[in-house]
Ligand binder design. Structure first.
Ligand code: FEO
Ligand code: CA
Ligand code: CA
Ligand code: CA
Length: 674
């Protein structure tokens, strides 16, 4: 392996730093430059929260509720969060608003399949892990049972497992990627446990008579997908291309595993989209000089050397298998209702560090999918299917995502945005620039987007599309590398540690068009600190503002919920642990935010997911103890198996922290947030 990249930080901390460095050296404008051009110094201060993209663009000044009503939506946002908010803070436990219950549903190591052995943290094996709940849960999707119903008391949960944290998973080894260790204790059995702890879990859950949720034992749907042995199919325009062929797979259509699955989304036909994000980190070795994949690998930072899997599996060593990395970085579609279904990597949606997927049914029946590329200076994309959704024939929809057009966003200073098609033969996307086919464009999506002049964003994380009112919310998490010479009076955050939320607006339910409008919903960070210049509604309390938006969900009432991931910088960014905030998007309270839930120290908050009745909220507590927990360990150093910042959620003396799904219900059985 080449030199380590971590040195004393947790893996998630190093992920953050890597994403923060950014490698996009194209001359395209950044979103900060566009914001500066769009709003004058004073305009940006008064304009941010003044109205929706549509309102600003039309100069109408209409209250947002009016514009939403004009969409004739049965699910127009109503706002009006009435819960009592909790306070900023940090400790070893989780906290929820008064009048709500927040219970542990499933933890790392709990049985998923009916033949799974009981969890023994000191005698773990890959075979056991492959049947148990994986590590670092991120996306959660709830799918009612039976298929096609809106049952909110029984359904399937799809939960992904983004990555692993060896220092709190395995006894006695501590951090393995530092200079002094260089993965030296990462034996093949431990590597295989890591591989088995990646991927996703599908579980069946039900709400019992007492209002509490539990797993359904022996469910025929229960299933693990992992990176050790689960076969995935590569589909769409790049499937079978020479650049996707390997020694183990001369077809270029069959790959073991999915990697670093972060956020995701659900389709109208009852499948899950799960996004492969930081796939580069799993590759090691050194590509031979002058190799044809050199430019491609560099644009995606392959090899990242975050794991030593290449020591035991040739396919993760780029010297031995240069094409394997091209088989990751895709959006994966899984049909949880068919336990025998093969996960499909949909190449038509492009290859980048996909954070998530926001799927919306377009007014003309086509399906539109938004996805961000989470790295400093990367882009926002959308995909429009060629064919229409068929509400009467599920099978007709199962390969809809193999055919369509991929676009990348350019945000203009006048409040409009252009969607630039990534189509072979159009504009610069030709053989002269190394794109010999659509497959080349999809494999090297970033470089194609560079050539089109897409706007460089501040790390696009999750995107959520309102199903009815034409709004789309893009979480831009932070951007600490903005240089001083990019700062001006209108764009005062030289080092954007806090992020912002872009709101796009389409007209007449047409998400497929070449243009839309955009504005900023809010600018995260402390509004009371002039150095930070956070922009929330003025009535937002000292606990209501947040930093580093990451995941989001729109509840069945059409209201926006945002969760945060500040990484190790939480103390500096906000002083509070991450959590869930409810954010008003309508009317006079637009931009008003309230804190609803808080994670234990060192965790990030992922996976907000509501049941169709809005009475249950599932959230994923990812990597408890590992991010900036030094003040909570006995040693004052980073968490280890023996000395973690918290032993949440079990608090047993010999049990390390365990990433877990938490289920939140209102004690009186009412709507979440009401
Ligand atoms: Fe896996 Fe960008 O968060
Ligand atoms: Ca994320
Ligand atoms: Ca989401
Ligand atoms: Ca993040």
């Amino acid at each position: 392996m080449t030199s380590p990249t971590f040195d004393g930080r947790s893996r998630s901390e190093a992920f953050e730093d890597s994403q923060d460095i950014g490698i996009n050296d194209s001359p395209n404008p950044t979103i900060s430059e566009v914001v500066r051009q769009r709003y004058g110094r004073r305009d940006v201060l008064k304009g941010l929260l003044a109205g929706s993209a549509a309102g600003i663009a039309l100069g109408s000044g209409l209250p947002l509720a009016a514009s939403a009503a004009a969409q004739n939506s049965p699910r127009a946002s109503t706002g009006g969060f009435t819960f009592t908010e909790i306070s900023h803070g940090v400790d070893g436990r989780h906290h929820v608003a008064p009048g709500y219950d927040a219970d542990i549903l499933i933890r790392w190591g709990d049985p998923v399949t009916s033949d799974a052995p009981a969890f023994n943290v000191r005698a773990q094996s890959a075979a056991a892990q492959a049947k148990q709940f994986g590590y670092n849960n991120d996306f959660i999707g709830y799918m009612p049972l039976p298929l096609g119903s809106r049952n909110s008391d029984r359904g399937l949960l799809f939960v992904n497992h983004e990555y692993t944290s060896e220092e709190v998973m395995f006894p006695g080894i501590g951090r393995q990627d530092s200079k002094d260790k260089l993965f030296k204790d990462m034996t093949r059995p431990l590597v295989e446990i890591e591989m088995a702890a990646h991927g996703a879990s599908i579980i069946e859950v039900q709400k019992n008579a007492d209002g509490k949720w539990s797993l359904v034992g022996g469910s025929p749907y229960a299933r693990r997908i992992d990176a050790l042995s689960s076969v995935c199919e590569i589909t769409g325009p790049a499937a079978g291309h020479a650049r996707l062929k390997t020694k183990a797979d001369p077809s270029g259509r069959r790959v073991i595993g999915m990697l670093n699955n972060c956020a995701g989304g659900l389709t109208p036909w009852g499948t899950v989209l799960t996004a492969e994000e930081n796939f580069h980190g799993y590759f090691g070795g050194k590509l031979e000089a002058g190799h044809p994949e050199e430019r491609n690998h560099k644009r995606y930072e392959v090899p990242g050397n975050w794991y030593n899997w290449g020591q035991y599996y040739d396919r993760f060593d780029v010297a031995k298998e240069p094409n394997e990395a091209n088989r990751f970085g895709w959006m994966v579609e899984v049909d949880p209702y068919d336990p025998r279904s093969v996960p499909k990597k949909r190449t038509a949606l492009g290859r980048f560090k996909h954070e998530g997927a926001a799927v919306v049914l377009n007014s003309d029946g086509r399906v539109v999918l938004y996805s961000g590329d989470d790295e400093r200076f990367e882009y926002v994309y959308k995909f429009v299917t060629a064919k229409r959704f068929n509400p009467n024939d599920r099978r007709a929809n199962l390969n809809l995502l193999d055919e369509g057009t991929l676009y990348v966003a350019r945000y203009n200073a006048d409040g409009s945005a252009d969607w630039l098609p990534l189509v072979h033969g159009q504009g610069p996307l030709t053989a002269a620039n190394g794109f010999n086919s659509q497959a080349d464009i999809l494999i090297e999506t970033r470089r194609a987007a560079d050539l089109l002049g897409a706007t460089k964003m501040d790390r696009p994380e999750d995107i959520e599309a309102h199903p009815a009112n034409g709004r789309v919310y893009v979480m831009l998490t932070n951007n600490t590398r903005r240089k001083a010479d990019q700062v001006d009076a209108a764009n005062p955050r030289a080092s954007n540690e806090w992020g912002q939320v872009v709101e796009m607006q389409v007209s007449n339910g047409d998400h497929a068009g070449a243009k839309c409008q955009w504005t900023l919903l809010l600018q995260a960070g402390n509004p009371a600190d002039p150095r930070v210049a956070g922009k929330f509604h003025p009535a937002t309390s000292k606990n209501g503002w947040f930093a580093c938006p990451d995941n989001a969900a729109i509840d069945p009432q059409g209201r926006l919920w945002i969760t945060t991931d500040q990484g190790e910088a939480w103390e500096k960014a906000s002083g509070t642990a991450d959590g869930v905030w409810a954010v008003e998007t309508e009317g006079p309270n637009r931009g008003l935010s309230k804190m609803f839930f808080r994670v234990p120290v060192g965790a990030e908050m992922c996976g907000p997911c509501f049941t169709p009745d809005g009475k249950t909220l599932f959230v994923a507590v990812q990597h408890p103890a590992t991010d900036g927990g030094e003040k909570f360990t006995k040693s004052g150093k980073g968490s280890t198996f023996e000395d973690p910042a918290t032993r949440w959620p079990d608090f047993l003396p010999d049990m390390p922290p365990r990433p877990s799904v938490v289920v939140i219900t209102k004690t009186d059985g009412g709507l979440i947030g009401s």
